[in-house]
Design a protein. Sequence first.
Length: 181
Amino acid sequence: MLATLERLKGLLQEEHGQDELSLHLMAASQAIESFCKRSFRKQQYTERMSGYKSDYINLRNFPVASVESLTGQTGEITDYEILSEGRLYRRNGWPIGKHNIQVTYTGGYVLPGDATPDNPRTLPESIELACLFLAKTTFSGQLGVAGERFGDYSVTYIVKDGFELPGAVISLISPYVGRWV
């Protein structure tokens, strides 16, 4: 999860069932990862991609800590550099073809719930805040509410053709949406 149960409990400042709050945190985490089209947890990933006329390829789950293997149609590729935000650079370009490059790498962030004294959290606070805000919004039943009026109580709902994240959440997570989208 992109935030901890303890942080959500502190934000709500009331006692609530742990299972129900965990469900809202998991749903918020999944919605954010789905919107960003990536995973944030630091772990090993394998991606297969197509080579095209470029010196760069972008890996989905940045930042990249290490590349364990990178192969093309003719075997291992070793003449590349890892750049910031998950970009790999190769001076002579990448072999052109469909799904002809496979990369196994360790990427992502140490999530708040996975942090230890030896391996501190690295997830940006804006992502955690977005998750907490979305979980609180769904928990309070305010998701999709555009406005409220208290005199002769009235609620206006956002009507769309599907689920949409609140604008505040989108603003907080926008820098972490994949570049391939």
